[in-house]
Design a protein around this ligand. Sequence first.
Ligand code: ATP
Ligand code: MG
Length: 205
Amino acid sequence: MGNKPQRIGIMGGTFDPIHMGHLLMAESVRMDYGLDKVLFIPTGTSPHKDDCAITPAIDRYIMTMMATYSNPCFFVSPIERDRPGPSYTIDTVRALVAEYEPGTEFYFLAGTDAVLELHTWNNINELLDLCHFVAASRPGKVRTIEQEIERLGPKAMERIHRLTTPELEISSTDIRERVRLGKSIRYFVPENVEHYIHKEGLYRK
Ligand code: ATP
Ligand code: MG
């Protein structure tokens, strides 16, 4: 490893299901920031999504595994899946900091919608001490992110980095809806994930 500290990307999400938008974003950030690896961390029961029933954690975990397996730099962590009760990013990042060598640099990958919610996150101040954030966005969305960063204060200006990435107009919500309506999700998700969804009968109602 030499003296160069490891750079670890953290890609948190519900991944219900994981899709091409997630994968393209993570790979773009990985390349631009020279990340050694990206850890995909599917939520257990998400504190940000208490609305309706989400797919069992094990299905979301398996699909995340399947989608990332072919990328030698992508890994999946069961850390939130296995934690009972609601899971907060601060707990996850604290655990990772304790697990890795001192000096390891962590980069939390977040899309525009996630960045705009940062002020509501638990212990956001400590989180900004423990990791960098990479706000992946399209050129048009930069202004609104800018306002959120200002609102969070000077530490956020230092620790939240903006990166313009090619973005696919895809969301898990849209994919679930398409399956429910019997529409194709080919090319929205990796082929093996598409097969898993149909075989397990996910999102039919
Ligand atoms: P849902 O519609 O259920 O909210 P989602 O598509 O937004 O699902 P999440 O699991 O909520 O997916 O998102 C995980 C992370 O991936 C968040 O940081 C989110 O901003 C980011 N993300 C989601 N979709 C895209 C996309 N198409 N391009 C880039 N980033 C994305
Ligand atoms: Mg979302």
